[in-house]
Design a protein around this ligand. Structure first.
Ligand SMILES: Nc1nc2c(c(=O)[nH]1)N[C@H]1C(S)=C(S)[C@@H](COP(=O)(O)OP(=O)(O)OC[C@H]3O[C@@H](n4cnc5c(N)ncnc54)[C@H](O)[C@@H]3O)O[C@H]1N2
Ligand code: MOO
Length: 388
């Protein structure tokens, strides 16, 4: 049995090799950049207007209107003192523009422009290089591309990006009692639900599974299923069959498939029988079958490994601290990840902490972490990972 810290350290310390690939910009979301990126030009590349209005030559209250420039125009206008041109947001400002006045603060009579207030030098002009100058570092290798990052890379004219590949993931669920939702079941059977949580959590963080295999509690079938799954993945996530029951064949099946154990059993609630192993460059998590245990272990242990294998600079869900809404004492006898809800900056530990109870987890949005025996008064800070 290892502690939570030891388990996380074992995951973090794994030596890995990252693969890289070139991806179209639109397919690069949540990938990590495989190279440092610098700006190939100034952004913006030219002084441009932040408003629909008038570009002003000199700072006066009256101007002679001499033309118009719209976004995308490449006219090379040079303003003389006392001249103004009609201009629109994003349009290149003419040479010698002192300021842009928004149209709401102006009036025009014939070809004369009158301003309602005195213009200020540089007002409403977005300066060349105001965001980035040519050669300036934009992102470091390992930066995870979020939607604004994609916009920034696009604005630099990049249609493809060199990124780290993401791990291929397969899922195995085990259990004779499990029936696919929508199919008919008999007494003693339940609907299989863990794979939906795991597949959903994968998607939530930009991963997806390649193959999902459902196995019966049978040694030969489990060995064969593990072998099949290992043929096409970098990370195998197994749910159930990892405890000590007579029908728990996952551990033995992994051993017989050449997977080396890196840890088995973590001193925590839920998810004590968690297993982590490795076969060359493939990793296996066997998550305890109880629904809340398997999903909690996914967020705490599987996600950081997937992110590390994707070349992220930082991995794992960050921990925040929130004041607790009510007194709480951890009497589970183990350090615990509790189903919790963070609302309006305060954390509430939810009813229904059993490892089989997914309802409370579904209604909450956080996992709160408490040490064994730890006591909280109302307002004490509790560590939380936000999961939705
Ligand atoms: N004698 C002991 N018994 C158990 C121990 C122990 O230390 N000694 N640990 C308990 C804890 S803690 C957990 S967690 C479970 C984990 O057991 P397994 O990983 O072997 O999981 P299963 O027995 O296969 O299933 C447990 C539970 O979860 C349900 N389940 C399983 N898979 C799914 C699924 N895909 N969808 C929905 N529900 C699923 C299953 O029906 C069981 O109710 O072991 C305890 N026992
Ligand atoms: O570890 Mo189990 O997940 O306590 O139910």
């Amino acid at each position: 049995m290892v502690t939570i810290e030891e388990a996380l350290r074992i995951i973090e310390d794994q030596k890995i090799t990252l693969n890289r690939e070139t991806k179209p910009l639109e397919a690069s979301l949540s990938h990590a950049l495989a190279t440092n990126t610098a700006s190939p030009f100034d952004v913006p590349e030219f002084d441009n207007s932040a408003m629909d209005g008038y570009a002003l030559g000199g700072l006066y209250q009256e101007y002679q209107l001499v033309g118009e420039v719209a976004a995308g125009d490449s006219k090379d206008i040079v303003l003389q003192d006392g001249e103004a041109v009609r201009i629109f947001t994003g349009a290149k400002v003419p040479q010698n523009t002192s300021a842009v006045m928004m149209q709401e603060k102006t009036s025009v009579k014939e070809r004369t422009l009158f301003l309602d207030e005195k213009p200020k030098a540089g007002q409403n002009i977005r300066k060349k290089g105001g965001q980035l100058v040519e050669g300036q570092a934009v992102f470091e290798k390992g930066h995870m591309l979020n939607p604004p990052s994609l916009a920034l890379m696009g604005s630099l004219g990049l249609s493809t990006l060199e990124v780290f590949s993401k791990p291929r993931v397969n899922i195995i669920t085990t259990g004779n009692e499990l029936v696919k939702p929508g199919e008919s079941k008999t007494e003693g059977q339940i609907y299989e639900s863990n794979s939906y949580a795991i597949a959903g959590a994968l998607r939530q963080f930009g991963f997806h599974h390649h193959q999902k295999i459902q196995l019966r509690d049978d040694l030969e079938a489990t060995k064969a299923g593990v072998e099949t799954a290992l043929n096409s993945c970098d990370v195998l996530i197994i749910s159930g069959g990892i405890s000590v029951g007579d029908y728990d064949f996952v551990k033995q099946s992994l051993e017989e498939n050449g997977v080396d154990e890196l840890f088995y059993k973590v001193f925590q609630k839920p998810g004590k029988p968690l297993y982590f192993g490795r076969k060359q460059n493939q990793f296996v998590f066997a998550l305890p079958g109880n629904p809340a245990s398997s999903l909690t272990c996914f967020y705490v242990y599987v996600l950081p490994l997937l992110q590390k294998l994707s070349g992220y600079q930082e991995y794992g869900l960050p921990t925040y601290q929130f004041p607790i809404k009510h007194p709480y004492e951890n009497r589970f006898g183990r350090p615990s990840f509790l189903k919790a809800a963070v609302i309006d900056g305060k954390v509430e530990v939810l009813d229904g902490q059993g490892s089989s109870m997914i309802q409370s987890m579904a209604k909450g949005n956080a996992l709160a972490f408490v040490e064994d025996g730890e006591k909280f008064k109302e307002g004490d800070l509790m560590k939380c990972k936000l999961i939705s």
